[in-house]
Ligand binder design. Structure first.
Ligand SMILES: [Zn+2]
Length: 264
């Protein structure tokens, strides 16, 4: 009887100790390590909205053809020059991805889809838009890209001053900058996985004369230069295609070109 009690006590004690250890050990609830480029992107930005399979309602948002993974070699950066917070606004944008002001990434098309986003740079690059109204040279709102639009009250175009009053400058947010770096990483990994490779990062400015301020000095300095350094992509500072303009020295000490005839 004595022995019976003794062994029971040992058993109870053992069970109690086991239960106590179990109840004080934190449960393993961490997500598994992301394995694909998309999973890694999702893990590093506030959200990914995947519109790639959705039907477009305007022709500008539709594919302009397909290319193989080894037929493009660059990322081209843009600013939208209009401000919006609803991701649905992106549906018909002729570009591969848009980064929202809160840092969410909207994927619109695969890199193998040709989109008309950057004039002379379309065929060989992936286009990324940062949703903002950035200045061509940060701190100078005269270097904003001002759209032409009729003022319904006067029947005339809004003047530049009216525009700047109505739509104050909205530079890229810190969340957009962080997501842009993650998105460039995603495209680099995805392209490599499919036996292509990205060698360059361009700006829309380099592809057309009408895009002097696209994407602007802040995006160039906070996104294009750091991302290129990280991913070992080349920025061709003194290069342009067709009517485009090279990177201006107002954006980087490594550049030689003027911003335009007005703002050196
Ligand atoms: Zn652009």
């Amino acid at each position: 009887m004595f022995r019976f009690l003794y062994s029971d006590i040992i058993n109870w004690t053992a069970q109690f100790v086991t239960r106590t250890i179990e109840s004080t050990t934190p449960e393993r609830t961490e997500a598994p390590e992301p394995e694909t480029p998309l999973e890694r992107l999702e893990a590093s930005v506030p959200g990914v909205l995947d519109f790639r399979g959705r039907k477009r309602t305007k022709s500008r948002g539709k594919s302009k053809g397909n290319r193989k993974w080894d037929k493009f070699d660059a990322i081209t950066w843009h600013q939208t020059a209009v401000y919006f917070e609803d991701p649905e606004t992106c549906l018909n944008m002729p570009v591969h991805a848009v980064i929202m002001p809160d840092g969410r990434v909207v994927l619109l098309h695969n890199p193998t889809t040709i989109m008309w986003h950057a004039h002379a740079l379309n065929r060989k690059s992936i286009g990324i838009e940062i949703a903002c109204m950035a200045e061509g040279i940060e701190g100078n709102n005269n270097t904003r890209n001002i759209p032409r639009k009729i003022n319904p009250l006067t029947g005339k175009n809004w003047t530049k001053a009216e525009w700047l009053r109505k739509k104050p400058t909205m530079e890229a947010t810190d969340a957009q900058i962080a997501s842009a770096l993650a998105l460039a990483r995603y495209y680099a990994e995805l392209t490599e996985e499919n036996e292509g490779s990205i060698a360059y990062q361009h700006t829309h400015r380099q592809g057309h004369s009408s895009r002097t301020a696209d994407p602007g000095s802040r995006i160039f300095q906070k996104i294009v230069e750091p991302s290129s350094a990280e991913l070992k992509h080349t920025i061709r500072y003194n290069w342009k295609r067709k009517s485009g303009n090279p990177i201006p020295k107002k954006w980087s000490d490594k550049a030689k070109a003027r911003y335009n005839w007005r703002y050196d």
